[in-house]
Write a protein that binds this ligand. Structure first.
Ligand code: PLP
Length: 389
């Protein structure tokens, strides 16, 4: 991977004037992605985890300008599907900068990834290991270990990952099949508020790696997953502080272990702003209901799938605020974005913005009711160079 590009500074953020202008020019709904923020988030996490190679997980925001921005910063990419491979390929990303981390893959997906040139895959059970027997000369594996984390907003160790005690037998199966296992991976959950679970998982993996080495397996990689949190509303410690115990724990890993991570939300979330328009309004039971052209079946679906609650506000109106209801555009009654949100009185055509909406929003939006999903618009795609450099 190339090093961070020096001598660049971010352009102005996608502020209200930019959002207004884009909505006027392109219509709504929009998801405005600020590539300057993508760069800032990537750099902040790189600085908080020195020596850890970052592979952007495409799931939360599989968008070409985001991939191009991170490609230019020297990032790696964590892909989980053939569609994601097609996206990174379209942006000229070398396969050597990609890892495939879906623990359960169809043979066709493995073949497509190998054809592209990806060599590093994840498995978490003996049947998945066996899928690689035919590819043992080209593919290398990370074994995904489960560390349950009920405290995470999304516990990603329920559906995937083997028990730590299953690592040793799986390494033996891999050896008997002639498959090279490079190391271990885990994902302690998404939007993790407390770094303790990372520390515990790293500690457990250290023991597993030592044991494996003693058994003659040359493990040299630890993948600490994603999960790094962003502030949707409440206060969060800065990422450098959040990562301090993780940095400390990583120092205790055996020599020769390369550490990688797969951040998604931390990089994409703060970069995305949803811009929707009020298409109608009605007084019901003493409150204003405002109907927007984006909703739960669109960008706000993350409120259901991802349990996120985005900071939402009127873009332009000021004045006294009263509790009102923000509803989405479909005919479905579940399509309500927020009950009792205090907003100034809105008019038809007013713009409403949702902040911190880059991750797990547009990525899972639908066209239910034939209502088009938000158009993704990237701004600040090019980092401005300092004149003096
Ligand atoms: C394997 C894997 N890696 C990385 C991520 C990204 O996680 P996050 O967005 O919490 O950083 C996910 C999210 O589902 C995942 O499943």
């Amino acid at each position: 991977m190339t090093s961070l590009r020096r001598g660049t500074r971010p352009r102005a953020k996608a502020g209200p004037a930019v959002l207004r202008r884009l909505a006027r020019r392109l219509g709504t709904p929009l998801l405005v992605v600020d590539c300057g923020t993508i760069r800032e988030q990537y750099r902040a996490l790189s600085a908080a985890l020195p020596g850890v190679e970052l592979y952007y997980a495409l799931k939360p925001l599989p968008s070409a300008p985001v991939v191009a921005t991170l490609r230019d910063l020297g990032a790696g990419f964590d892909v989980a599907t053939t569609g994601e491979i097609d996206l990174v390929r379209s942006q000229g990303v070398a396969p050597t900068r990609c890892i495939h981390t879906h623990p359960i893959k169809r043979n066709a997906d493995i073949a497509a990834a190998l054809r592209f040139g990806i060599r590093c895959f994840v498995a978490d059970n003996p049947d998945e290991l066996r899928k690689f027997e035919a590819h043992r000369r080209r593919a290398q594996l990370l074994l995904r270990v489960s560390f349950r984390n009920p405290a995470a907003v999304v516990d990603l160790s329920r559906k995937f990952g083997c028990e730590p005690a299953a690592v040793r037998p799986m390494l033996e199966i891999a050896r008997s099949l002639g498959i090279r296992v490079r190391g271990l991976s885990f994902h302690v959950g998404s939007q993790v508020a407390d770094p303790t679970r990372y520390v515990e998982a790293i500690d457990a993996c250290r023991e597993l790696i030592l044991q494996a080495r003693a058994d003659g397996h040359d493990l040299d990689t630890l993948d600490i997953g994603g999960g790094f949190p962003i502030p949707y509303g409440g206060k969060l410690q800065p990422i450098r502080q959040f990562c301090a115990p993780i940095r400390r724990e990583l120092r205790g890993l055996p020599a020769g272990v390369r550490v990688i991570a797969e951040p998604g939300r931390f990089i994409a979330g703060p970069a995305g702003t949803c811009v929707a328009a009020v298409t109608g309004r009605a007084q019901r039971e003493g409150r204003w209901w405002y109907y927007l052209d984006d909703g739960l079946y669109g960008s706000f679906g993350g409120q259901l799938f991802d349990h996120a609650l985005y900071p939402v506000d009127a873009l332009d109106r000021t004045g006294a605020r009263h509790p009102c209801v923000l509803a989405g555009p479909t005919c479905d009654s579940i399509d309500v974005i927020r009950e009792d949100i205090p907003l100034p009185e809105l008019q038809i055509g007013d713009l409403v913005v949702g902040r911190m909406m880059g991750a797990y929003t547009a990525a899972s939006a639908t066209d239910f009711n034939f209502i088009p999903r938000a158009r993704i618009v990237a701004v600040n795609q090019r980092a401005r160079r300092r004149h003096a450099d």
